[in-house]
Design a protein around this ligand. Structure first.
Ligand SMILES: Cc1cc2nc3c(=O)[nH]c(=O)nc-3n(C[C@H](O)[C@H](O)[C@H](O)COP(=O)(O)OP(=O)(O)OC[C@H]3O[C@@H](n4cnc5c(N)ncnc54)[C@H](O)[C@@H]3O)c2cc1C
Length: 407
């Protein structure tokens, strides 16, 4: 393991820093601090994405010929680190560019790729991922949305849920069941769809934070052309695995206050027995968070070393999300309790630490579910990292139509 940048990496970091110093300042001067999930925020996000694309800093690892930066995975990590330090980076494009468009690139015909990849890189069009359903989340292969062939078209009926950004997205990748006689993983087919088609209805899901990031999405006789199919008929699971492998890398770390911020807060607050920072139980927790954070830092260095050597990070990247999402939730619970009656305030102008802990209290449970729940990631670590026996999968070879439904 080597924690230092190589001379080439250090030079790239310097170049990225200089570019960010100039362009992030110009971007902020133009747009200021905007409230997330507003139309103005989206305009600013698209502008920043276009600026990055023009300079080769959007989709750094993709070939320049399709609008990417023509760079390496380690350069992409370095730029991401510097962009985060500069306080910029919008979330609207993560799912599309991290998961959906790579799937389109792997399975679509050249005309489709020509049409969609470059506008997505420039932030002109945004994509969403339509996989989860009420009957298929962790076990997404149990999904029920039906696609039935009709000549050169397919007719789609069904429902998805938890679709991030469906309400502002232009296109989506949609996993459907095309053969109920086949076992659940074998009767699936993937399509790309136009989210603005009148046969697609988005219904918002309101979150406890007051936000509205997810949707239920309904399809009523949605007609798509066979040319919108990604991969072969019945090969949807293979296509979905490409998306899901990218998802584990895209939904990695946690955005939120860390042990340093809670330590700062504990210096300012007093409990019944004196300053919160002197409280023995709090100090023990603080020590645990510190140890976890150091462990995570070195695990990430290991991933970076693999990337730097041109290798692909393994399933151990699942460790990062479990630890950071759980820590975020634990930190938030402790901080909000420590804030006592102020803990219920979510207004950043009134709450201690600008309500950062209240926000992460409401966000952390979602992070523990998105991109694979804690339990699913533990299964992956058990089976693929530790080599323990696999989970019993009794319905693997049963035709989907014969699977018990509880009805
Ligand atoms: C923030 C966020 C964003 C999301 N965005 C999207 C999106 O854009 N597109 C999309 O398609 N989906 C999205 N999802 C949905 C997400 O993929 C699912 O919520 C997730 O896969 C879990 O599925 P589920 O909610 O149906 O829970 P279930 O699968 O029903 O799980 C319920 C509980 O059972 C446990 N469990 C299930 N199977 C096992 C097992 N084999 N072993 C042990 N325990 C098990 C789970 O860990 C969980 O605790 C998002 C979710 C969140 C929270």
């Amino acid at each position: 393991m080597d924690f230092n940048d190589s001379p080439e990496e250090a030079a790239y970091r310097e170049k990225a820093r200089a570019w960010l110093a100039e362009n992030a300042a110009a971007h902020r001067a133009r747009f200021g601090d905007l409230k997330p999930n507003t139309p103005e925020h989206m305009v600013a996000a698209k502008d920043w994405q276009a600026t990055k694309a023009a300079a080769g800093y959007a989709c750094i690892t993709w070939p320049a010929a399709i609008g990417g930066g023509g760079g390496t995975p380690i350069q992409s990590v370095i730029f991401g680190q510097e962009e985060a330090k500069a306080g910029l980076g919008y979330g609207y494009f993560t799912i599309g560019l991290g998961m959906c468009v790579p799937t389109v690139m792997a399975f679509a015909d050249s005309e489709t790729k020509q049409r969609f990849v470059s506008p997505a890189v420039k932030g002109e069009e945004i994509w969403c991922q339509l996989f989860s359903e009420p009957a298929g989340g962790s076990d997404v292969a149990a999904l029920r949305t039906r696609a039935v062939r009709d000549g050169d078209e397919w007719v789609i009926n069904g429902q998805k849920v938890w679709t991030t950004g469906a309400h502002y997205c232009d296109y989506g990748i949609l996993l459907t069941r095309t053969d109920p006689d086949a076992p659940k993983h074998k009767g699936l087919t993937m399509f790309w769809i136009d989210m603005k088609d009148p046969a697609v209805e988005c219904r918002p899901i309101h979150q406890m934070s007051g936000g509205r990031e997810f949707n239920e999405v309904y399809f009523t006789d949605l007609r798509v052309k066979d040319s919108q199919r990604l991969g072969e008929v019945g090969d949807g699971w293979k296509v979905a695995l490409v998306t899901l492998m990218n998802e584990r890398l895209a939904v990695g770390g946690s955005a939120g206050p860390n042990y340093r911020e809670i330590m700062k807060l504990a210096r300012q607050l007093s409990g019944p027995t004196g300053p919160a920072l002197k409280d023995q139980a709090f100090r023990e927790k603080l020590a645990d968070w510190y140890v976890q954070s150091e462990g995570l830092k070195f695990t990430r260095f290991r991933t970076m070393t693999a990337l730097s050597r041109g290798q692909t990070p393994g399933p151990e990247s699942s460790i990062g999300k479990i630890i950071s999402a759980n820590q975020l939730q634990d930190l938030a619970n402790t901080a909000v309790e420590m804030e006592d009656q102020y803990g219920i305030l979510v207004d950043p102008d009134q709450a201690p630490a600008e309500a950062a802990f209240q926000q992460s209290l409401m966000w952390a449970p979602g992070l523990r579910i998105a991109g694979g729940t804690d339990e699913i990631l533990k299964n992956i670590i058990a089976e693929r990292v530790l080599g323990l026996p696999g989970e019993v999968r009794v319905d693997k070879d049963v035709p989907f139509k014969d699977m018990p439904t509880g009805r």
